[in-house]
Design a protein around this ligand. Sequence first.
Ligand code: F6P
Length: 342
Amino acid sequence: MRIGVLTGGGDCPGLNAVIRAVVRKGVATYGHEFVGFRDGWRGPLEGLTKPLGIAEVRGILPRGGTILGSSRTNPFKIEGGVEQIKSNLAEQGVDALVAIGGEDTLGVATKLHELGVQVVGVPKTIDNDLGATDYTFGFDTAVNIAMEAIDRLHTTAESHHRTLVVEVMGRHAGWIALHAGLAGGANVILLPERPFDVDQVAGYVEKRFQHQYAPIVVVAEGAQPLEGQMVLQNQELDSFGHVRLGGIGQWLAEQLEAKTGKEARTVVLGHIQRGGTPTAFDRVLATRLGLQAIDAVNEGDWGKMVAMQGTNIVRVPLVEATKELKTVPLERYTEAEVFFGS
Ligand code: F6P
């Protein structure tokens, strides 16, 4: 078979590990051929390819980002997009696709599968918000980066008797905030799943100062105050209809400074959480998903997504992955609340 591989949506550490595993096993065990499509769905849409063989995947295991490039292109928003993809695949002699992506990329893969394209999906996102898989690679790396930042912020916050508000990514799911906050010993963690009361947060901050320690508040970019409007930097929508989140950290720091009378500063971790080398956990997970994906392709098990359930790598219908967002259950949040303000 000649198999096309693409990576779509926001990049994350571990994408190259998947590409490497797919190509290495595909060539060595099954004798398949590969072609890389550049920049997510833009690749098959515009016929943008890149050679992809054993030589191209050597040395990429620890590398962040994606050697194939990525974009948030939605072919269903482009007139004639699906026909264009089908004709480019035929022109390139491509029999099947491995699509590595999150909610949006896999949503496109699901619809293309329904329209007859032979595709297998691999889940990725630092947000860890895809259904049907317990973890996505990229998440562990992002959490570790955020944890290290929080560790460093504790010492400087204490020296200056300041509140430090750390804004982390995660879109509409609070997984990064919850895990980084717990691992880094944050004094308050705020998630999109649970609107917060700013006076209560100010109370936690004051309590922490009373213990002669400086408070660290971890806030997810999608968190919202009670009955308030979400604080957005930008109202523009991308081609999948997502708003760009960000700005809640700055707003919250201003509120806390005004309410407590203590200086409060904001650190927005942003794309630092998506860059650089993957952790061992993410490299292993990405590799195992890649190996399972090429097995699925080889067996012609189309319309499936490979997933981690417990410690096993399994296959689930693609449609399961994107049916609903996997958000933080309330009981996981209340577990963390015991540390707030202390
Ligand atoms: O989905 C991954 C993610 O990093 C989100 O956490 C964040 O909201 C978004 O992508 C940022 O997207 P972009 O890189 O397009 O600004």
